[in-house]
Design a protein around this ligand. Sequence first.
Ligand code: FRU
Length: 454
Amino acid sequence: MNLPRPRFHLAPARNWMNDPNGLVHTGDRWHAFFQYNPEGNDWGNMSWGHASSPDLLHWDEHPVALHHLPGEQIFSGSVVAGADGALTAFYTSAYDRGIQAQSRATSADGGETWTMDADNPVLDRGSADFRDPKVVRLPGGGWLMCTVEAVERRVVFYASDDLESWRETGSFGPLGPEGVVWECPDLVRLPVEGTTERVWVLLLSTNPVGDDPDPAGSAMHYVVGDLVDGVFHADAATLRPLDHGRDCYAGVTFDSAPGGAAMMLAWMGNWRYAHVVPTSPWRGAMSLPRTLGLRRIDGALHLVQRPVLPPVEAVEPAEALLPVEPHAVLEAAWNPAATGAMRLRLGGEGDAAVEIVHDPAARTLSVARTGAGADAVHPDFAGIRLAPLVEPGTGALTVVLDGPLLEVFADDGATVLSHLVTLGAGPVTVSASATTGVAPTVRVGTVGSDAAAA
Ligand code: FRU
């Protein structure tokens, strides 16, 4: 089975895509660069692809921005916009001789064409695992580059006043589980809901390595803390899951987003099985864009993600087993005082199904992807994921389905699960029930094909 193309998520027309790189808002458009193989739909020949969008939902693909060179692949990085509209990119030069170092390129035409610096790399520690430079604008002026020493599980920081010379300010880590590499850091200053407070949060992705790696595979995390003299310090020494699904990785935020919003895109993939996801001639897609914020719940700060949702064509209450196109936004609502566990089931081709259970008594949200199609992808693909609910009394759930991409937002954005799913290209049946009380109301809005990426 070949999975259908998404309609309102960024996915390349053909070939392989992984991490978002160089997300930047400039000239009234959102630009996304991304890890891309110009020569096939497997990982390799890593280069930066390029797409842009007026609204984060309709994407136009542009020519490859940074092409791999003899002896050098172009790994992940970031872009910042200057006041004059000039763009500066920082990326990892992954040399065939086994060294990873940070390099620079500039664009004077809005990201269409790029000139790599003649004296690249600009930062070389002689390390084999030094990568993923994310350059962040500091509120007081100047920039901070967050990079990783991936195997050491450290984020290494460099400060600059001119984007040319860099001074190491310190590092953060290691902490959390061993047996993983740290990848794709980002540092964001997030507003706390209902206050004027802003708090620094580190975003981080981890991928299991070694002889017996965790079958759950790669995942994103966040750490709440503070930035002091160019170094991040954590409030508590734990990595907290940013997304409880299997397919949310390498997420980073846009530079220069209007209003200073922390707008994140993540790759909807998992290194455990990304290479065998049955799509062609493309492989890889981004999550919905999500605005990040913080909410204080029971005294602790929780990351909150609010998706940019597509306009829907028809909104109708779902009867039991209503068949809908597999490109839809579902809003489930129920009376939390009267309803026990709430179950939402999406049935697809053959025995393919996704079952979402919101259980306030157990304080859990679970999402299961099952059926022969899921089993066929990879031995570790099918199964159930469980997330702790932080606000179990919220009688609402938003479920976004776009072909093979499923994103579930609970707790008003405080609990999120992102999954690739194998429901197929045909109509999906939606049914909802509750263990006690009245079954939830499910409003289904389908997203028309005019939302297709050009
Ligand atoms: C994360 C990652 C990065 C690296 C890139 C290579 O998914 O492994 O650390 O720069 O992908 O494609």
